[in-house]
Ligand binder design. Structure first.
Ligand SMILES: [Cu+2]
Length: 177
């Protein structure tokens, strides 16, 4: 019994340090894993921080747009002439010399229009709130669009049927920024 007891007692201390060593190794592995995970976490945070800047240029672009750096002419000279612009049919058609207008919302643009025709034409765009009746002769008109957007306009006076149907002739766009 004494031997067995002694043997048991001898055996017991051997197990304990062994377990401690195993626990120590386990803790060391866990510690290493925690360090690696922490480093990965730091890397992810660094990568996230590095990837964070992209939204900034978008904000910068918006600021540039809001501050109104895009140039918009305050006066546009143009003419309206019957039978001046060739069409795909080989014939000459009535046309405005400028059919694309750039404006800034709420800011009037002067249109100096020389209508060489003996009848009226117009720049009509209900969606933009524009209806300029272009009388014969040279006159100054005000193009004012209060909202932003791209709007179609057309000549509301029956003239050249082809021109009335095609951009660049008696139709066009108003771009308001
Ligand atoms: Cu017309």
């Amino acid at each position: 019994m004494a031997y067995d007891s002694h043997n048991f007692l001898l055996d017991e201390p051997q197990r304990t340090p062994d377990n401690r060593v195993r626990r120590g190794i386990s803790l060391a592995i866990l510690g290493a894993l925690a360090t690696v995970l922490a480093l990965v976490g730091v890397d992810v945070a660094v990568i996230n921080a590095a990837q964070a800047p992209p939204p900034r240029p978008i904000i910068t672009k918006q600021v540039v747009k809001v501050s109104g750096m895009a140039p918009v002419a305050s006066t546009v000279d143009l003419s309206v002439t019957p039978g001046i612009k060739p069409g795909p049919d080989g014939k000459l058609h009535d046309a405005f010399s400028v059919t694309s207008f750039d404006v800034r919302a709420g800011q009037p643009v002067k249109l100096v229009i020389n209508n060489t025709d003996n009848t009226e034409h117009s720049i009509t765009s209900p969606s933009a709130g524009v209806n300029i009746i272009v009388r014969p002769g040279t006159h100054t008109y005000t193009l004012l669009v209060k909202k932003t957007g791209t709007f179609e306009w057309y000549c509301n006076y029956p003239c050249d049927p082809f021109s009335m149907m095609h951009n660049g002739y008696m139709r066009g766009t108003i771009t308001s920024i």
